[in-house]
Design a protein around this ligand. Structure first.
Ligand code: HPA
Ligand SMILES: [Zn+2]
Length: 303
């Protein structure tokens, strides 16, 4: 296995059905079913929103610092990577009454105890608006040393990056790195806004950037990394099948693309599974896969 870094991974998206059941029992949370296979059988998605509905629903089992510790520890043990920059969604927990100190406490301790170097990137839920994002950032500043950057995720279309200018400006002022999901379901205009308005240093997904040649030129010239998630794109129907994925074309354009798992518990695999699918289903060469793995270290913030 070639060494690689994971740069697009939502820690809540590593919540495997087995852990959902274990945590539900531990915390006495009612579930529609305690059958692991029945939980997994629900993971058929038609778009981003249909995934997000289940993703947020399952988070109900995450209640204590120990839960967040166990979640992150389980991921780090099975990630198969040498370095990880990990997203988390504090608002998804705050709105359920789980305080920020519980989330930071558990995740930070897990990263500290891990053999793999890892860092946290705090994401704003773009479908909850810019005011709440700013509140969360201010509430997180006492934990400033525990995260390296901010990101923007959740439902993309209708929630353009430009709405988040102020909170990203504040983050930049705090010396935080900046990334945003853009061009997953949204068009190239969302990627332009992420670059021009939010001043992001990496674009998460960004596959639809390929629809705009001048945007492709900008990304190439500035060597802006794109964190692509092939199995996620197939499962959320951002692409019809892996054979139709434009990842090889992105490489051919000279873009700094990387391969990542996004939400591996939901999309059928961790980073190595994504590489294997690219080899087996898309026929990508070992040289191309080597390039993608090297890119992941060049694109990392904290490596
Ligand atoms: O792929 C994603 N896109 C947007 N928001 C998300 N939150 C978890 N995964 C994703
Ligand atoms: Zn994502």
């Amino acid at each position: 296995m070639r060494p690689k870094a994971e740069l697009h991974l939502h820690i809540e998206g590593t919540l495997e059905p087995e852990l959902v059941v274990e945590l539900a029992r531990r915390n006495r949370v009612e579930l529609p079913t305690f059958d692991v296979e029945a939980i997994r059988a629900r993971y058929h998605f038609v778009n981003l929103q249909s995934f997000l509905d289940i993703y947020y629903e399952n988070m109900a089992v995450l209640r204590t610092e120990q839960d967040f510790y166990d979640l992150a520890t389980a991921y780090l043990k099975r990630s198969g990577v040498q370095h990880a920059e990990i997203f988390f969604d504090p608002q998804a927990h705050l709105i359920r009454g789980v305080p920020l100190e519980v989330v930071f406490g558990g995740l930070h301790a897990a990263l500290k105890d891990s053999d793999i170097p890892a860092a946290l990137i705090m994401c704003f839920l773009r479908d909850r608006g810019p005011e709440e994002a700013e509140e969360v950032l201010r509430a997180a500043l006492p934990y400033r040393e525990q995260f390296i950057g901010v990101g923007l995720d959740s439902a993309e279309v209708g929630h353009p990056p430009s709405l988040y200018r102020r909170v990203f400006d504040i983050a930049a002022g705090e010396g935080l790195h900046r990334v945003a999901h853009a061009g997953e379901e949204g068009g190239p205009d969302y990627v332009w806004e992420a670059l021009d308005v939010l001043r992001v240093e990496r674009v998460d997904h960004g596959i639809r950037a390929m629809e705009d040649p001048s945007l492709v030129a900008r990304l190439r010239e500035e060597r802006i990394p794109l964190t692509v998630c092939p199995l996620s794109n197939v499962r959320l129907r951002a692409v019809p099948s892996l054979r139709d994925h434009n990842l090889p074309a992105m490489l051919d354009e000279g873009l700094l693309v990387t391969v990542n798992s996004d939400d591996p518990a939901y999309f059928g695999g961790y980073v190595e599974d994504n590489y294997r699918a690219l080899r087996e289903q898309l026929g990508m060469s070992e040289a191309q896969l080597d390039q993608l793995a090297r890119n992941s270290f060049e694109a990392a913030f904290a490596f």
